[in-house]
Write a protein that binds this ligand. Structure first.
Ligand code: SAM
Length: 209
């Protein structure tokens, strides 16, 4: 399913931003082939389709952009410009090589972002709000960098949605967001193997009020 040293169990075992920097530094080169292709990873295409269906436009921030799979799907849908933010410089190097990002930005979603207020017409994210990665607190900063009326479409892993308190956090944002929706989806497609092959998540979408 993956290279010898990197797999979903390893990713879910991460605990801190520093863990992610180390882990993804060495996974960047093989992530697309040994993970995304091998598992028929659906989240990037699912989230790009959701953003398009909601009328999302550029400029859009891809949050936890990784190797750029969401950017590729957005480019195929004619959405741009897209900026990609991630804590891993090596993942972003792979993303930049794909030529679909206006800009890549090394940044930590658990901290204040070096981005201007209301800089984006929307935010998208796949695979970043998951066990051991980024929790719901990041949405405070993401709302700051998004324009009023801007569209959010992000995946949240099904188990993490419960354990990390996403529902309560979104409820607390009720006076700042509108049109909140959750749709279930399967993270992996036909051909996926291993204990995570049936994992599911939520497509969470809303507008900034
Ligand atoms: C499973 S990958 C998903 C990448 C890409 N969006 C995709 O769907 O293929 C999770 C990404 O989240 C990034 N990440 C983890 N913690 C982060 C943090 N605190 N701030 C920014 N990015 C983070 C990792 O570096 C990694 O690229």
């Amino acid at each position: 399913m993956t290279d010898d040293e990197h797999d979903l169990d390893g990713a879910y075992a991460l605990r801190t931003p520093a863990d992610s920097v180390r882990y993804y530094r060495d996974w960047a080169a093989s992530y697309d082939s040994d993970f995304a292709e091998a598992m028929s990873y659906q989240s990037p295409a699912v989230i790009a389709a959701a953003y398009v269906a909601l009328g999302g436009q550029g400029p859009v921030l891809d949050v936890g952009a990784g190797t750029g799979l969401v950017g590729e799907s957005l480019a195929e849908a004619g959405i741009g410009p897209v900026d990609g933010l991630d804590i891993s410089a090596e993942m972003l190097e792979t993303a930049a090589e794909k030529g679909v990002y206006r800009r890549t930005i090394v940044g930590d979603l658990t901290r204040e972002l070096a981005l201007g207020d209301a800089a984006y017409a929307g935010c998208v994210s796949a695979g970043t709000f998951t066990t051991g990665h980024v929790g719901p607190e990041a949405f405070d900063e993401l709302l700051r960098v998004t324009r009023p009326g801007g569209i959010f479409a992000v995946t949240v892993h099904g188990v993490f949605y419960e354990t990390a308190g996403f529902a309560a956090h979104f409820a607390g944002l009720a006076d700042r967001i509108a049109g909140f929706r959750t749709e279930p989806f399967r993270i992996y497609g036909p051909g996926a193997e291993g204990e995570h092959r049936d994992d599911s998540g939520w497509v969470v979408s809303f507008r900034k009020s």
